[in-house]
Write a protein that binds this ligand. Structure first.
Ligand SMILES: Cc1ncc(COP(=O)(O)O)c(C=O)c1O
Length: 385
């Protein structure tokens, strides 16, 4: 069957392909240690689980739900934004719960991009931005992030380019895959840039609570809602990746526009999931402290693994991964990743899947126990001798 032309140039997601390869290796008894994907391996808080159980046991919680989610969830999101980011959002009009933030990326592209409209995409960056822009008929225009510029956009370089067809800009800080933190100054520049060039700045913010004491929202900048929207998610911050709970926040007009598309794609999420998410959003600092204590222990092991591989890395990075520069004797991160997979049966993500600017890097996930990471270190030691 001939697929639609919008699928030209859209391959299967790298990880879905790679997981199949790893499965094949596992069938031969390899028991690959997968340090690739950023899917939290621990459970949500007990109160979240209890709420899901209790609510789903009721007879009247199984119907279709409103596209904009229940009031309790929107209020919980508004309180969460207020408490942690000092951002004030109107729960009635400035919040749209999503079935994970990934779907929001697609909804935004479908809502705003006409055929040939351009969208600025970070390189390196989350691959979904590029595919969503392409699927919506837009043209991804990558902007390079460089280590020497703290993985921040080069705003001077933009001024020399023709931005007349640019409608959207994707940004994501703390940045995946490099772990670069945002600064207030960077966020202010982004808002200024969006306003000056009439570009909708789409900030994707799922990592702000991981190994980071100062979560920041782009919407905290004065006037940000005039030119920016923000996606957020409970996947990483609350160990709820499989639950699919995310949100879009921004001006009422933007939310209404995106709802016009989303309400034709799906219905509101399962009510017990929404009510359990309300509990998750009310968790206090203790939850994040415990989460981050564990990630800190794991990160030390990852640093040791990277030392063994002679990779260079910054200890200031945050988020669910460690991003590291490969030694010069490898052509690129793919070569190093393949070597470790074949010799040590450990999978590490090659940085090149996030764009050519990631070619000289690898990315190691922290979603694996200390014990697993120690086993990976032992395997790499053995595989190299
Ligand atoms: C930068 C970035 N944005 C969005 C997502 C998607 O998160 P969600 O589970 O909320 O769809 C991910 C997941 O890995 C991510 O790394």
């Amino acid at each position: 069957m001939q697929t639609a032309s919008r699928l030209y140039g859209i391959g299967e997601y790298y990880f879905s392909q790679k997981l199949r390869e790893i499965e094949e290796l596992n069938k031969t008894g390899a028991a690959v240690i997968n340090l690739g994907i950023g899917s939290p391996d621990r459970a949500p808080d007990e109160t979240v689980l209890t709420t899901l159980h209790e609510e789903s046991a009721k007879p009247n919680t199984h119907a279709y739900q409103n596209y904009k989610g229940v009031v309790a969830l929107r209020e919980a999101i508004a309180n969460w934004y207020n408490k942690w980011y000092s951002v004030s959002l109107n729960p009635a009009s400035e919040i749209l719960p999503l079935i994970g933030s990934k779907e929001g990326i697609m909804h935004i592209c479908m809502t705003y991009l006409n055929e040939g409209d351009e969208a600025l995409i970070p390189n390196p960056g989350y691959p979904t931005y590029t595919s969503a822009v392409k699927l919506a008929g837009g043209k991804p225009v990558s902007y390079e992030l460089k280590e020497t510029n703290n993985w921040q956009p080069d705003f001077d370089a933009f001024e020399n380019e023709d931005l007349s067809r640019v409608k959207l800009m994707w940004v994501n800080y703390p940045h995946m895959p490099t772990g670069q933190m945002p600064t207030k100054e960077l966020f202010e520049k982004l808002v200024g840039f969006g306003k000056k060039h009439n570009i909708l700045i789409c900030h994707d913010n799922p990592y702000s609570f991981i190994l980071n004491e100062q979560p920041m929202s782009l919407l905290s900048v004065d006037g940000a809602k005039d030119t920016a929207i923000e996606l957020n998610s409970l996947s990483k911050s609350h160990n709820m990746a499989g639950w699919r709970v995310g949100m879009l926040c921004g001006a009422k007009e933007r939310i209404d526009e995106v709802v016009r598309f989303k309400s034709n794609m799906d219905s509101g999420m399962f009510l017990p999931v929404q009510l359990a998410a309300v509990k998750a959003l009310a968790l206090d600092k203790k939850w994040f402290d415990e989460l981050n204590d564990e990630y800190r222990l794991r990160r030390e092991k990852v640093f040791a693994l990277l030392d063994l591989l002679h990779c260079g890395y910054s200890k200031q990075q945050v988020g669910l991964f460690v991003w590291a520069k490969i030694p010069g004797d490898y052509k690129d991160g793919f070569e190093l990743s393949d070597e470790i997979l074949n010799k040590a049966k450990v999978f590490i993500t090659p940085g090149g899947i996030f764009g050519p600017a990631g070619d000289g890097y690898i990315r190691v996930s922290l979603c694996s126990s200390v014990q697993n990471l120690e086993a990976a270190i032992e395997r790499v030691k053995k595989g190299r001798t």
